[in-house]
Design a protein around this ligand. Structure first.
Ligand code: ATP
Ligand code: MG
Length: 260
């Protein structure tokens, strides 16, 4: 898949495979460029990032800064051009497409700005969909689907068509669909981008609750107010990490306490 240009920066996992103490996500000098015919467009440079299991991280930056590109690489929808990406301590570079698809199916779900639901299809069937590709027994599929719908507060809309719901409700269906496979990580790319502020806040509260239940959440946004729901904010500009604010929420909470 990608070149191995950063020999000096080798980390645990490259040679030895799984490492129990390794971060969930680790990138080492990750570099990404797109090639269109002979034209190379560099997009990400020297991305060195560690994300531990259970974190709620926001990736923030202006339009075109490379947020979605980074999210697609971290979520196995795209590959690096140079540098390394380790997931759960395992190098991803040598893996073939089928392995990457399996790791993605077992560990990762996505929520996008545009919901991406099937129209004229019930909430139930939309949420059930990812389980149809797996090995979950039929009775278990039903249980998990209803539980996911209930957890986003839409039990009373279970048999509605997705196009009979408001935007905020549709995004909650998309979150239920992301949840139903019980993924370790949920990537959300501008999940509130098409929502009014009240629905956006509701969606962010749901993501915060999922994080409290143990899911790692990686949120992409260009809005500070949305990013502040996370407890770590990584700022990207022109394809580079500018700052990495850890313990963000905690710090604000303690400042508020001091002011009282
Ligand atoms: N397939 C592609 N071919 C060439 N360049 C691309 C391709 N996809 C994205 N880019 C370029 O990569 C850069 C980063 O795009 P990306 O979608 O990651 O930005 P973003 O930070 O998510 O922006 P936004 O906030 O607008 O969604 C942009 O300059 C874009 O033009
Ligand atoms: Mg984007």
């Amino acid at each position: 898949m990608s070149n191995h240009d950063n020999k000096s920066a080798e980390a645990p996992g490259i040679a030895g495979g799984k490492s129990p103490s390794a971060p969930l996500i680790e990138t080492i000098n990750l570099y990404k460029s797109y090639f269109n015919e002979d034209l190379e467009t560099p997009v990400l440079f020297d991305i060195n990032l560690k994300i531990e299991s259970g974190e709620f991280v926001a990736i923030m930056g202006p339009s075109g800064s490379g947020k979605s590109t980074l999210m697609h690489i971290l979520g196995f929808l795209d590959v690096t051009t140079k540098g390394h990406y380790h997931f759960k301590g395992e190098s991803t570079e040598e893996k073939v497409q089928d392995d990457l698809a399996r790791i993605r199916a077992e560990n990762i779900s996505f929520v996008f700005q545009s919901f991406n639901l099937l129209p004229r299809t019930t909430v139930y069937d939309n949420v059930l969909l990812p389980l149809l590709y797996g090995t979950t027994p039929v009775h278990e599929r039903r249980k998990r689907t209803l539980k996911a719908i209930e957890s986003v507060g839409l039990a009373d809309r279970t048999m509605f068509f997705s196009n009979q719901l408001s935007g905020g409700q549709q995004q909650r269906v998309a979150i239920a669909r992301a949840l139903v496979t019980e993924p370790e990580v949920i990537f959300a790319d501008e999940p509130t981008g098409n929502l009014d502020s009240a629905s956006g806040k509701h969606v962010m509260e749901i993501l915060q609750n999922l994080n409290k239940e143990g899911h790692t959440i990686i949120l992409v946004t260009h809005e500070r107010t949305t990013a502040e729901h996370a407890n770590r904010i990584i700022h990207i500009q022109d394809g580079r990490i500018l700052t990495d604010e850890k313990g963000h929420t905690k710090r604000i909470a303690s400042q508020v306490k001091q002011l009282k």
